[in-house]
Design a protein around this ligand. Structure first.
Ligand SMILES: Cc1cc2nc3c(=O)[nH]c(=O)nc-3n(C[C@H](O)[C@H](O)[C@H](O)COP(=O)(O)O)c2cc1C
Length: 131
């Protein structure tokens, strides 16, 4: 599944609301500021404060998110994550957060999302699969 340049730009420039679920289906949604695309199939999040989100992802690596201004950018992204607490992706989020928010604590992990499905949530064509 491939994100368009517009989708990548909006993910890089905005907050997202990121949903996870427990293995028995209890949903959880959180706002996330440190989220950006790595390429047109991959998105990275800095896990600085996740509790239920992280626990959910460790048991059930499926995630869905929309960007804050979904009225303007009505995209719903779904994928599967891998969590890194060391290595290249981890170093990437540590350096990124250090630059963006020097006073913030170092992230605990990098959450890397392999984007698998993209839908429209636009009123009128809600539910339409885009890619
Ligand atoms: C505006 C805003 C931006 C946030 N950005 C992040 C972020 O980039 N990374 C992160 O780990 N938590 C971030 N948080 C915190 C999470 O939304 C949430 O509080 C944390 O994941 C704990 O909730 P949970 O137990 O449901 O996971 C942010 C919170 C707010 C209000």
């Amino acid at each position: 599944m491939v994100m368009t340049q517009e989708m990548m730009d909006v993910i890089a420039g905005s907050r997202a609301y990121v949903a996870t679920a427990t293995t028995d289906g209890v949903p959880n949604v959180v706002p996330i500021g440190n989220i950006k695309p790595l390429d047109n199939k991959t998105v990275i999040i800095a896990d600085s404060y996740m509790i239920k989100t992280r626990k959910n992802l460790e048991a059930n690596p499926k995630v869905a998110f929309v960007v804050e201004d979904a009225a303007k950018y009505p995209f719903q992204f779904k994928g599967t994550v891998k969590i890194y607490t060391s290595g290249e992706y981890y170093d990437e989020v540590v350096n990124w957060v250090k630059e963006a928010s020097p006073l913030a604590p170092a992230p605990k992990a990098a959450v890397v999302i392999d984007i698998e499905e993209i839908y429209s949530v636009k009123v009128g064509d809600a539910g339409k699969k885009l890619d």
